[in-house]
Design a protein around this ligand. Sequence first.
Ligand code: PLP
Length: 400
Amino acid sequence: MPSGRHFLQIPGPTNVPDRVLRAIDRPTIDHRGPEFQKLGQEVLAGIKEIFQTRQPVIIYPASGTGAWEAALVNTLSPGDRVLMSETGHFASLWQQMAGRLGLEVELIPGDWRHGADPQEIEARLAGDRSHAIKAVCVVHNETSTGVTSRIPEIRRAIDRTGHPALFLVDTISSLGSIDYRHDEWGVDVTVSGSQKGLMLPPGLSFNAVSEKALSASRTARLPRSFWNWEEMLAANATGFFPYTPATNLLYGLKEAIAMLLEEGLPAVFARHERHAEATRRAVRGWGLEILCADPREYSAALTTVMMPEGHDADALRKAILENFDMSLGAGLTRLKGRVFRIGHLGHFNDLMLCGTLSGVEMGLRLAGVPHQAGGVQAALDHLAGSAPADEPDQRQRRTA
Ligand SMILES: Cc1ncc(COP(=O)(O)O)c(C=O)c1O
């Protein structure tokens, strides 16, 4: 066993803060008793602040994939058409699920270097005069590519057409890391998960639900039982769940919400943007290419780095794991071996980023990957030149 802490720099699951671990490490209580009721009411209210919504947020004891399914089966009927954008591996998995559930997917093809295209979505909806399309599904932050789709622009594009389709957004790797506003951006179902920006272990997932989505759920005919919103919302009204909740993860969720709100969501988002910018400067310093092709869509949660032709990203990741005990994200499906992903989301600070980037730079050298030295220095220059203590929020926090 190597000594010191493992560096878990995949783009989720992320490092779980000690405060959250301590919160989870308590006896499980009766989930039908008064102590649980208080916990249930607190987390159900608190999580709304993270989604920036006043509408209900449903919490499932499931990974993010479950919440994807819940979003579809609660709002749609067999044979309904859904419009999806092929932005990467996770968008493709959601598309595959929709097909398996008996939905008809209209796919906007993509090159995995761009986000969902608002203009193309607008054109498809404008051409759908009979309103056959019942939902537009977009992955906000495509974890396989490090590309963040522009949700407010997509909302405006939908609105320009006057099309009544629901808007379903996956925020599994953006919530709690990248600015996201369920209400203001007019999203009908926001899907998310616990193991990334929320700094929790895997095992919880979420649906934030608009009035319009709730009303669609009353006539939707896809079969659903475990995922049924109606029973959840009825039980949640008094702080309870219709089946056994993941009680200890809810203890952790309460703590994670408190941590995010203590720091303040704007400061959390600014921290992620600053670390992402430092990471990109490091990548450019190494003379390597960032997969995301449009700077407006750079992800603040992770950076995907392209390997020079003829060099294998998995060999590099292996060298880094064996020599420096750091896990980096692999290239998925079509990107296997061609890219590696640096996660810089969740419970993360300047020196953790410096350690991460140093591990990458040393790994590039060890694995014989052609690059220039000086990437880490470029990141250090950025971090030192934009210290977090300069932010008023952070100053207040330090002196409080
Ligand atoms: C954007 C996105 N969507 C969906 C998923 C699937 O979630 P899970 O693996 O928690 O089921 C992931 C997992 O990493 C993801 O990053």
